[in-house]
Write a protein that binds this ligand. Structure first.
Ligand SMILES: [Fe+2]
Ligand SMILES: [Fe+2]
Length: 136
């Protein structure tokens, strides 16, 4: 795992979610390196699609237990997930019509900032609740 310290500070104390966060973060770093290496477009799109899939799967993984156990912040939390996915898929479509490395860099930076902010301001607040429901 890269950026171990940054991610350790972001731990939500639930193993599955920490692992998924790390995978998403690693993928963003891999994408940045791929841009710098001048990786072919098809591979870049493959990476972006993987990012979208991983994010979607992770958001569902968090939302399921929140919904099942009636977490108070569920609606607001899901709304943040949905808004990011909407922006991300729109930007992915825009890249298909006119690809720009500069735009791709901006997207990756935005998602990276979003994740750090979201984990700090939203994810960390479900820890105690989900621990009480037996998640660890
Ligand atoms: Fe979340
Ligand atoms: Fe999360």
């Amino acid at each position: 795992m890269k950026n171990n310290q940054a991610l350790a500070d972001l731990s939500v104390q639930i193993a599955l979610f920490d692992k998924q966060h790390a995978e998403i973060y690693d993928l963003l770093e891999t994408l940045k390196r791929a841009i710098n290496k001048g990786t072919p477009l098809t591979e870049m799109f493959y990476g972006i699609d993987m990012l979208i899939d991983k994010a979607l799967f992770h958001f569902k993984s968090e939302e399921e237990p929140m919904l099942k156990f009636n977490y108070d912040g569920y609606q607001a939390h899901k709304k943040e997930h949905d808004e990011l996915m909407e922006r991300l898929t729109q930007k992915r479509t825009n890249l298909t019509t006119s690809f720009s490395v500069q735009e791709l860099r901006l997207i990756i930076d935005e998602v990276q900032r979003w994740i750090i902010k979201h984990i700090t301001e939203k994810d960390k607040y479900y820890t105690e609740f989900l621990h009480d429901q037996g998640m660890a």
